[in-house]
Each structure stands twice: as C-alpha cells, then as structure tokens.
Ligand binder design. Sequence first.
Ligand SMILES: *[C@@H]1O[C@H](CO)[C@@H](O)[C@H](O)[C@H]1NC(C)=O
Ligand SMILES: *[C@@H]1O[C@H](CO)[C@@H](O)[C@H](O)[C@H]1NC(C)=O
Ligand SMILES: *[C@@H]1O[C@H](CO)[C@@H](O)[C@H](O)[C@H]1NC(C)=O
Ligand SMILES: *[C@@H]1O[C@H](CO)[C@@H](O)[C@H](O)[C@H]1NC(C)=O
Ligand SMILES: *[C@@H]1O[C@H](CO)[C@@H](O)[C@H](O)[C@H]1NC(C)=O
Length: 424
Amino acid sequence: MPNKKSTLQSTILLLLLQVLNLINVTHVRCKSTIEPCSSTDSCNALLGYTLYTDLKVSEVASLFQIDPIALLTSNAIDISYPDVEHHILPSRLFLKIPITCSCVDGIRKSVSTHYKTRPSDTLSSIADSIYGGLVSADQLREANSISDPSVLDVGQNLVVPLPCTCFNGTDNSLPAIYLSYVVQPIDTLAALAARYFTTLTDLMNVNAMGSSAIDDGDILAIPIPACASNFPNYAADHGLIVPNGSYAITAGHCVLCSCGPRNLNLYCMPASLAVSCSSMQCKRSNLMLGNVTVQQGSGGCRVGSCNYDGFANGTILTALSASLQPRCPGPQQFPPLTAPPTTVPRASIFAPAPSPLSHGAGPLSPKSSVVPASGSFPGVQPANGPISGLTSGASYACSLLNPLPALTSALVFSLVKLMISMVL
Ligand SMILES: *[C@@H]1O[C@H](CO)[C@@H](O)[C@H](O)[C@H]1NC(C)=O
Ligand SMILES: *[C@@H]1O[C@H](CO)[C@@H](O)[C@H](O)[C@H]1NC(C)=O
Ligand SMILES: *[C@@H]1O[C@H](CO)[C@@H](O)[C@H](O)[C@H]1NC(C)=O
Ligand SMILES: *[C@@H]1O[C@H](CO)[C@@H](O)[C@H](O)[C@H]1NC(C)=O
Ligand SMILES: *[C@@H]1O[C@H](CO)[C@@H](O)[C@H](O)[C@H]1NC(C)=O
C-alpha cells in the first residue's frame, strides 16, 4: 500500500516539475509596445542603449548610422571637448540614441540601421549583445529573410529593425518624445517612472499594461517631456523635438537647440562648430539667433527675441518675436553638460540612479555622467529579446500577451489539490 502511494506521489511530483518547467519556458518570451500607424510621416525618437563593450563615440554612431554630434548632444555631453568623436566610451554606459521613427508595414519602427556581419557573429550575439536587446534574433532573421541562421556570411549587410513610437509627439496632450527602453533585471516600473519624470499610471497607459509587472528584455515606450518646435512644413528639420535636459544639433551643424531645465520652451542659438553657415541674424534687426532683449516699462517687460525657425534650402530661417510679459525673464538657463564619460559610476550598476540631469552636479563634472542605471551586470545579457510585430495593431505588454502562466498556475493548483487528496 505505502509503495503504491509513493509511486503516485512521485508521478505527480514529476508532472508538477514539468508544469513548472513549462512556466519557465513560456515566461521568458518578452514583448515590446507596438504603435500602429498609417501615415507616411516620421518623428524623432530615442533608443535606450547600453554599450556592450568599450566603443568610440564614432563607433556607437556608426552602429546606428547616426551623426556622432547628434549622439553627444542628445546625451548632453560637451561637444567642445578636443577630438570628442574619438573619445572612448566605457562598456555598460547607458546612452540615448536619437533616431527617426517611420511607419513601415502599418507599425512604427526604425529601419534605417544596417549592420555588417563580422566573423563569429551570430544572430543572437548581434541582437542581444551588440544591439543590447533592442532587436531579437527572430526579428533579424525575419527582416533579412534568413532561412538558415547558422550560416551567416561575413560582411553580410543586415537591416536591423529597431523599436520606436511617436504617439503624435505628445503624452497627455503635452509635447513628449518616446524612449524605447529595454527592461533590465533590476528595473521596476515605479523606479523607471521616477527616473524619467513620469508616473506609474502614465507608463502603464502608454504601454497598455494590465499590471505594473515587467520582465527583463521587455521593451517599454517611455515618454520624456520635451520642447516641441513649430517650423514650417518645408523645413528639413520640421517636427524637431528636443527632450528635457538635452540638446539637438541641426541646420547642418550650424544651430544648437536646448530644452529645459526651467521651462519647456525650445531655445536655439549658433552652434559655433567649425562649419560655414548662412546668416543667423534676424531680418530688420541687429539681433542674432538666440539673442533676447528686455526693457522694463510701466506696463511690464518688453521682451524681444530672435528665434530659429527651421532649415530650408540651406538657409537658416529666423523669426523675430516681441511680447509684453509681467516680469522680465532671467538669463537663459541650459541643461548641464557633462564631460565625455570615461567610467560607469558603480552606483548606477547596482541601483537605479537618478536621471543624470537631476543629480545637480555642476557642468563638466565628469562624475555626473549620462548613465541612468543600466541594470546589467558585467557580462550578463538579457537572455531574450522581444517578439516582433506578433500582433497586428494594438500595443500590448508582457502580461497581456501571455495567457499561459495563468493557465499553468491553475493547473499547478489542481495538481497540488489532487496530490494532497492522494496523500491523505
Ligand atoms: C529556466 O530557464 C532558464 C533559462 O531559460 C534555465 O537556465 C533554467 O534551468 C530553467 N529552469 C528550470 C527549472 O527549468
Ligand atoms: C497631435 O498633437 C497636436 C499637437 O502637437 C495636437 O494639436 C493634436 O490634437 C494631436 N492629435 C491627436 C490625435 O492627439
Ligand atoms: C547675440 O548672440 C550672439 C551669438 O550667440 C552672441 O555672440 C552675442 O553676444 C549676443 N548679443 C547679445 C546682445 O546678447
Ligand atoms: C528651394 O529652392 C528651390 C530651387 O532652388 C525652389 O524651387 C524652392 O521653392 C525653394 N524652397 C523654399 C522653401 O524656399
Ligand atoms: C526637466 O528636467 C529638470 C531636471 O533637469 C526637472 O527639474 C524638470 O522638472 C523637468 N521638467 C519636466 C516638465 O519634466
């Protein structure tokens, strides 16, 4: 009798283990927020990227085929440093990569990035390591119609589809730019909300989440408050939007625009890089781009300014503005610049650091880095990437895509019940 009972017990235990294993397997499939689209317009967006190894500024830029200066300004790194494009950035540094988000096959994504394969690359190493989980091996295989992933030719030019969202450039009707963020093992949704000056509810709404649970490797869309532009349609940089706490370079490296910290009004001025530029003086005035004049009168303060109005046909467009304000504005404030980082602060590896902009370190302090906590430990890569465009349409997140865990918990529950009744 006791023998029979224990055989039954072990059979059930085995079953239980198998079910638990099933949970393990199904649980690691992760997802990204997908925005359906129909128009052909594009927008500015950001990718949250953690360096997989030490890389020069120019190497990171070429990995994503973007302008190295734009990479630096997006991360509020001082571009006046000598030879800054050849500066070596440390492994595990977290950077915001500025990209153009397009509408392809009905969903928002960026398809302007290509990667040339090198010896010993595999689809997984390209996806999980080199591109930090922003793309999955499956997405690479699909996008490049690779039938046999085990044979990658060296020098093969792969398109790297990258996740992005526009959501009309707004969040709760306020200007915002969206960061595609790969969830790291230590992240919680609440900590991410705090780090990016938003709320848990807002993140859950944006990502259409039913709960605040997130998994490693999930890709979230994080809205960052931003300064919107209002350039005419025909301007090459129409729709320029600059996230709070950073800069953008435009007009052929002639104009530098900033956003924050005091208000979210876009402020642009001459970039003073060594390039030849068209006139940056406002017509019928002696004001230059970015100049502001104030005149205190009895009725208030007369504020005049020469503003940037876009780049069209190689010409820097300017607009003179005049207004009467209750009080005269103080001098323009700028987001603090940091020196090109050489180390990843230890604290940021183990705990979610505050935003680089909120730690109040003075300009050019090398310690105030652009590293809001990559959660990855040395050598540990997220095991899994997102599943690509699985659904047609709606944005979804982990918990919604995964009906199986619920099913399996129910199964476990009934098995446990069964087992208890057997033993008794
Ligand atoms: C769960 O999955 C991980 C990797 O996906 C594996 O290393 C581990 O052994 C699995 N655990 C069980 C109980 O199967
Ligand atoms: C899109 O954003 C603009 C402002 O940038 C706003 O006027 C418009 O109502 C928004 N459209 C939708 C559908 O939210
Ligand atoms: C106007 O802007 C130019 C370029 O930024 C600057 O060199 C100059 O000092 C400014 N003049 C005034 C009066 O603010
Ligand atoms: C740009 O230049 C072309 C020809 O040089 C002209 O046809 C076009 O109207 C110009 N566009 C603007 C916005 O000035
Ligand atoms: C912009 O960033 C600064 C810190 O750099 C922060 O104090 C401010 O609240 C932010 N503004 C918005 C609207 O999030």
